[in-house]
Design a protein around this ligand. Sequence first.
Ligand code: NAP
Ligand code: G4F
Length: 450
Amino acid sequence: MGAFNKMDLTIDTEFLKDWKWNGKTALITGIGGQDGSYLAEFLLSKGYKVRGIVRRASWPNTRRVDHLDVFDEKYGKTEGSPFFLLYGDLADTISIRTVLEKVRPDEVYNIGAQSHVGISFENPESTLNYNSLGPLRILDAIRDMKLNCKYYQASSSEMFGISSPPQNEDTIMLPQSPYGISKLAAYHLTRMYRKAYGLFACNGILFNHESPRRGLNFVTKKVTGAVADIVVGKKDKLVLGNLDAKRDWGYAKEYVQMMWGIMQQDSPDDYVISTRETHTIREFVEETFSLVGLNWRDYVVTSSNYKRPAEVPALLGDCTKAEEKLGWKPQTKFKELVRLMLAADLKERFVERGIINPKSAPANQEFYLKKAKDLAENLKPKLFYKINANELNSIFQELYLILREKNVSYEVTERIKEELSQKLMGKIVSKEDLEKELREVSVQYKVREG
Ligand code: NAP
Ligand code: G4F
């Protein structure tokens, strides 16, 4: 419970005490991820026995579900236990078949994946292995082992790529990343196993969904985490990539309920789940900073390091089918999502820094936002420069003047220029840092000249 409390503002596990089996067993791949953890909670609350696949890691990768692991003392990893984890890997066919044989699930939720689009450009091969061949391994094992179970595939709005918004189940899919392509292959495999072999296999085409449990290197969590860091003085800037892309962001805790809803229909099908609202990354940033009374322009710098070789410019989901057939109605939209993510990060930082006592930490968002505003009032933002060729030219002009006044030779001036170029090019530095560098160079020069 302790570690987990750091991620959500509040968490209720009381329902676990009254757990009663509904007769069904669910297997979740990627149970240790954002969605996996919410889905496990949701299915347990519905009386499912939940089994999760985790892969071996040298450092804990089960933090998001440790609070659910409360049954071992009573049951161990036995047939009767409401919840336990098994080792497995989407790249390992043997492990998948072994787990399926042991668990014999009624419903399989395949939500494990290499889920980061940016990283998929750097690791395309393993991304396709986990995200495309992983589903194939599971689908084919279900077919071959003649398991009587339903299959959910975590498909993604990233598959739409450059197709114009709004996107729905009939929109052409033109993915822009190895990740998008890997998910598109899995989407088609799921449809093919449904058609060719009659499997109850469904795709949930989910648009971006976020939460306090979101991975740290996705843009929303990066922004809310950075604002919390800035407020407590742990950070003084936030470096981002493309601010112009638009995303349709919803709340993960609500989205996982639709994963289940899709599996409860009479026949298998594919559904878009979204909020029908889209916002730029810039708007997300602006909204987060403004909640604590700060101007984002004082803290945010952009860098090509976080830009992708190809981008999905605009996502906006048309979820009419899910509304009509599943009764889907998103409750948490953009502004509320930003608030709840930021409040959770603020709570974590305040506890970490001893600003509040974890034992008496209140559960309402307003408390954290108000305290953050008070703290932010005293912040003095630094001015940051991203040093590029233009910036260097103006720095050198200043330097030439200083050095000329001191009668420094042309050769020494050029050497200093070279040194500074190497040190600063591509870096993001504050005005203060820049002045310090220039001062250091002139001192260095005096020593050399002396
Ligand atoms: P996440 O937080 O990154 O979780 C992914 C999970 O998959 C992690 O538990 C990870 O384990 C596991 N995993 C990765 N590679 C694996 C492998 N080879 N074998 C077994 N497990 C593996 O992702 P999420 O946001 O919860 O997303 C859940 C699913 O929905 C993913 O398939 C994602 O692609 C898809 N999706 C997400 C969104 C979204 O906005 N969140 C939208 C559409 C679709 P480790 O902890 O060991 O890495
Ligand atoms: O938060 P992101 O990394 O999410 P992205 O690429 O939309 O993918 C997420 O949603 C998909 C559904 O559409 C999922 F299938 C996928 O698994 C994942 O959950 O980036 C969102 C946007 C992008 O346009 C990116 O270029 O934010 C832009 N961005 C700008 N600066 C950044 C950053 N993204 C990240 N991760 N980090 C940045 O610094």
